[in-house]
Design a protein around this ligand. Structure first.
Ligand SMILES: Cc1cc2nc3c(=O)[nH]c(=O)nc-3n(C[C@H](O)[C@H](O)[C@H](O)COP(=O)(O)OP(=O)(O)OC[C@H]3O[C@@H](n4cnc5c(N)ncnc54)[C@H](O)[C@@H]3O)c2cc1C
Length: 415
C-alpha cells in the first residue's frame, strides 16, 4: 500500500486524486484462517494488527456485523488517560497511552492524538483524598500525574466556575499527557495497516454461531457462510455475553447504554479535557469547535444504541453548574453505544473454557483509551495461548477467586 505523505498529497492534488488505493478491501471470506477476530472495533483491529506485527501471524480475518468502527469505537468521547489506581490497570492504560503518542507515525495514518491534558475534578473531600492517593500511586507506577490546586484548575480552564454553590472545585488530578484522538481514525488506521499485511477485514458479516469440536472452537457460522479457524478471538464489547453464549460459556458482563452529545461549534474556549465525576459529566472541545459532552450509563441493561432522554437532561444540568457558558449553547447531536460492564470496572482479557478461544471485553465506559495496549496484550495472549505480563491480572478466574481489580473510582463515571 502506498504511504501517505505530504509529497503524495501534492502529487494526488495535481492529478485529481485518481491514484489513491482503497484503505482496505472488501474480500470474500476464505474458508479457513489461522485466527478469526470477531468485532472490527478498535480492540479487534488492534489485536489483528499486533498479531501481524509482533507475532508474524497474518492469515487473519476480522469479522464485523456492521461497518468497521460502527460500535463503541466510533461513538465515544475519545478521552485518553492512564491515571488508574491499581498497578495492572496503570500498566495497560499507560502502555496504551504511550503507544498513542507515536501511533500516527506507526500506522502512517493521522489519528490526531492531542495530548492536551486531562483533569479529574475533586469536588468533595472524599474525592480530594481519593485523587491524592491516586497521584501517589501513579508516581510509583511511573505515570505522570499531579494533584493541582483550585487556582491552577482555573488557570488551565478559565471558563470553569470553581466556586459552585453545591460542589466547589477543591483541586484536580491532572495528567498533562492525557488527551484525545480521532476515534474513527484509530479504527481506520489499524484497518488499513492490517489490510496492508494481507489480512481480510470482512464487514456486513455477522457471527451467528460458534462451531465446537472436542472442547475447542473449529470455526464460526456467519451470515456469509462458515469460516473455519485455528483460534478465535471474541472482541465484541456490548455483545460479549451474546457471543459467549453461542460458544457455551457465560461472562460476568452487563450491557448498558451510554450516551454522548455535542453542541453547535463555537470559538475555541477550552483546550483541556475536564471530567467532573461528582456532578456526573465531562467535557472537551473538538477540533471543529463542538463541545463534546458525556455522562454516566443509563440505569438499566439494554442493547439499544441510544440513551434515555432524562439522562441527557441530567448530564447537561450537572455540567451547567461547573460550566455556566454551556447553558446558552444549542445541542446538535446525541447518540449512544452499548458498553460492557464488569463488577470491578476492569476489563477481561482471558482464556476461556474452550482451549483455542479468547475473549477481550469489559472495557465498559473507558476502553477507547486502551485500544493500543489492549490489542498488544490480546495479540500476545492469542499468539502464545497464555497470558502475558499486561493481561495476567485480567483473566476470568479473578471473578471466581475474588481477586478483583477495583477501578470503580477511576472508571465510575469518567472515561
Ligand atoms: C458514549 C460513549 C462514550 C465513551 N467515551 C469514552 C472515552 O471518552 N474514553 C474512553 O476511553 N472510552 C470511552 N468509551 C468506551 C469505548 O468507546 C469502548 O470501551 C471501546 O470503544 C470498545 O471498543 P471495542 O473495539 O471493544 O468495541 P466496539 O467498538 O463496540 O466493537 C465491537 C464490534 O463488534 C461487532 N459485533 C458485535 N457482535 C457481533 C457479531 N455477532 N458478529 C460480528 N461482529 C459483531 C460490533 O458491531 C462492533 O463493531 C465510550 C463509549 C460510549 C458508548
Amino acid at each position: 500500500m502506498r504511504r501517505y505523505s505530504a509529497f503524495a498529497l501534492v502529487r494526488e492534488g495535481l492529478r485529481q486524486h485518481s491514484g489513491w488505493d482503497r484503505a482496505w478491501h472488501s474480500p470474500t471470506p476464505k474458508s479457513r484462517y489461522d485466527v478469526v477476530v470477531v468485532g472490527a472495533g478498535g480492540h479487534g483491529l488492534a489485536t489483528a494488527y499486533y498479531l501481524g506485527k509482533n507475532h508474524g501471524i497474518r492469515n487473519v480475518a476480522v469479522i464485523e456485523k456492521g461497518w468497521l468502527g460502527g460500535g463503541n469505537t466510533g461513538r465515544n468521547t475519545t478521552i485518553i488517560r492512564s491515571n488508574y489506581l491499581q498497578d495492572p490497570s496503570a500498566a495497560i492504560y499507560e502502555k496504551a497511552r504511550s503507544l498513542y503518542e507515536t501511533l500516527s507515525q506507526e500506522l502512517n495514518y493521522n489519528v490526531m492524538f492531542s495530548p492536551r491534558g486531562v483533569m479529574m475534578l475533586a469536588q468533595t473531600l472524599h474525592e480530594v483524598r481519593g485523587y491524592k492517593r491516586t497521584a501517589e500511586a501513579n508516581a510509583l507506577q511511573g505515570v505522570v500525574t499531579e494533584f493541582i490546586s483550585p487556582a491552577r484548575v482555573k488557570e488551565l480552564c478559565p471558563i470553569m466556575h470553581i466556586d459552585g454553590p453545591r460542589y466547589p472545585v477543591l483541586g484536580a488530578l491532572w495528567q498533562p499527557r492525557g488527551g484525545t484522538a480521532r476515534h474513527d481514525a484509530v479504527a481506520w488506521g489499524y484497518a488499513r495497516a492490517c489490510a496492508d499485511m494481507g489480512m481480510d477485514i470482512i464487514e456486513q458479516c455477522e457471527v451467528k454461531g460458534v462451531l465446537r469440536a472436542n472442547g475447542k472452537v473449529s470455526g464460526v457460522e456467519t451470515t456469509r457462510g462458515t469460516i473455519a479457524c485455528d483460534k478465535l478471538a471474541m472482541v465484541v464489547a456490548g455483545h460479549s455475553s451474546v457471543l459467549a453464549e453461542m460458544a457455551g460459556f457465560r461472562l460476568p458482563i452487563e450491557s448498558m447504554p451510554l450516551q454522548a452529545l455535542v453542541s453547535e461549534p463555537i470559538k475555541p474556549c477550552m483546550d483541556v479535557v475536564v471530567m467532573a465525576n461528582t456532578v456526573h459529566g465531562y467535557m472537551s472541545q473538538s477540533d471543529k469547535g463542538e463541545m463534546v459532552i458525556g455522562g454516566g450509563t443509563d440505569g438499566y441493561n439494554a442493547y439499544t444504541q441510544r440513551g434515555s432522554f432524562h439522562h441527557i437532561e441530567e448530564t447537561v444540568r450537572a455540567l451547567c453548574e461547573t460550566f455556566p457558558i454551556i447553558s446558552r449553547l444549542k445541542m446538535l447531536r446525541q447518540w449512544g453505544g452499548i458498553v460492557d460492564m464488569t463488577g470491578d470496572r476492569s476489563p477481561i482479557i482471558s482464556t476461556t473454557p474452550l482451549g483455542n478461544c479468547f475473549v477481550n471485553c469489559g472495557w465498559g465506559t473507558g476502553g477507547f483509551k486502551a485500544i493500543p495496549g489492549s490489542g498488544w496484550a490480546m495479540a500476545d495472549l492469542v499468539a502464545k495461548g497464555e497470558p502475558g505480563p499486561l493481561s495476567a491480572a485480567f483473566g476470568l478466574e479473578r471473578f471466581r477467586e475474588g481477586r478483583f481489580i477495583d477501578e470503580s473510582v477511576a472508571a465510575g463515571v469518567a472515561h
